[in-house]
Design a protein around this ligand. Structure first.
Ligand code: SAH
Ligand code: SF4
Length: 363
């Protein structure tokens, strides 16, 4: 399979063109086509010499994703299912406005982006972890979710959350290249502060990202305030327990201006005891972090449930009484299987790529 032209940074493209005896100003022209003018094919890049267009089309593919399905939902969340060159599927979810999660940028259009096919971290409640890990997405596949969704939706996306399928920090190299493609003036030109990366808590990579010069935002999928609770549902906690995770988050705070977000799914009888809320409040205050509470979204094949809404409010009240900014996010897109990984599992099992039995076996 040919690599996608979209995956090259300006520096890589310039080097490539120089090595192939083309003037370097062609790099700017090509990037302008790729990210701004967005033609249907490489051949349509009309100010490039015919011979260069032919060379590029022989050595590179253009768009790496093929739109396979698009589902709308009652609240206007739109879920895009993209097919990759190897027949696998990923999801990107377009979310019109989410005052709970994005506060000051509530009127913006947000895209929830995938970073891997499947996920190796096996959180017990999550559809993406159910069928295990298949592969990392390339930088082009990550960034193209934004570009191609803008083209399909004919709208400008202002905000990105890396909260789709996969663990972004387990694919850090490609993720950082994608961040460069998405935030550079020659690329999609999004502000780094409009990008939020979510992680289940990979401590060394959090430290590495803290040292990265761009002011990206970070969200932590905490889902348990103590080792006892977190160990039951998130295997990563055995490797990086709560204390180690928070030490890395304090380091993040020392280096970054943006406040951290702690994500906390509320699962009935698993992590929703009110003592958890008190401990969570202490953690959040020590980090000056904001908390997003998300009532659990049911996943087919799993028996977990969301608590009663009144209980979710009581949990939130403990946090707000302790002076913590806490939102209760009533999941958008509930009616279109919006929890990450669900639509892809359905499609791959229909096509026999993953057998339903295989999903059950790992759950
Ligand atoms: N692997 C990263 C990025 C994926 S983000 C991470 O875990 O942070 C996907 C978010 O959706 C995570 O916070 C995850 O815990 C949450 N999630 C997974 N399954 C869910 C479900 N059924 N209902 C609600 N949230 C869910
Ligand atoms: Fe992977 Fe995140 Fe799902 Fe855990 S919650 S299985 S880390 S995608």
């Amino acid at each position: 399979m040919l690599p996608s032209l979209l995956g090259l940074t300006k520096e890589e493209l310039t080097t490539y063109l120089t090595e192939h005896s083309h003037p370097t100003f062609r790099a700017e022209q090509i990037l302008d086509w790729l990210w701004k003018k967005r033609p249907a094919s490489i051949d349509a890049m009309s100010n490039l010499p015919q011979q260069l267009r032919e060379h590029l089309a022989t050595h590179f593919s253009h768009y790496p994703l093929t739109a396979a399905r698009e589902l709308g939902s009652l609240d206007q969340t739109r879920k895009m299912l993209y097919r990759l060159h190897d027949g696998r599927y990923i999801e990107s979810v377009l979310i019109p406005a989410n005052p709970a999660l994005y506060g000051d940028r509530a009127d913006r259009l947000t895209l929830c982006v995938s970073s891997q096919v499947g996920c190796a971290y096996g959180c017990k409640f999550c559809a993406s972890g159910l069928a295990g890990f298949t592969r990392n997405l390339t930088a082009a596949e990550i960034a193209a979710q934004v570009l191609q969704t803008e083209i399909l939706a004919q709208e400008r996306i202002d905000n990105l959350v890396f909260m789709g399928m996969g663990e972004p920090l387990a694919n850090l190299k490609n993720l950082l290249t994608a961040v460069e493609l998405l935030t550079s003036p020659w690329g999609l030109n999004l502000g780094a502060r409009h990008l939020t990366i979510s992680t289940s808590g990979l401590v060394p990579q959090i430290r590495e990202l803290a040292a990265h010069p761009r002011q990206i935002r970070l969200a932590i999928s905490l889902h348990g305030a103590t080792d006892e609770v977190r160990n039951q549902i998130m295997p990563i906690n055995k490797k990086y327990p709560v204390d180690e995770l928070f030490a890395a988050l304090h380091e993040w705070n020392a280096k970054k201006k943006q406040h951290l977000t702690l994500e906390y799914i509320l699962i009935q009888g698993v992590n929703d005891a009110l003592e958890q809320a008190h401990t969570l409040a202490k953690h959040a205050r020590s980090l000056n972090a904001k908390v997003n509470l998300i009532p659990y979204n049911t996943v087919e094949g799993l028996t977990w449930k969301r608590p009663a809404i009144s209980h979710c409010h009581a949990f939130r009240k403990i946090l707000t009484n302790a002076g913590v900014t806490a939102t209760l996010r009533l999941e958008k897109g509930h009616d279109i299987n919006a929890a990450c990984g669900q639509l892809r599992l359905q499609q791959e099992s229909e096509e026999g790529i993953i057998m339903p039995a295989e999903i059950k076996k790992t759950s």
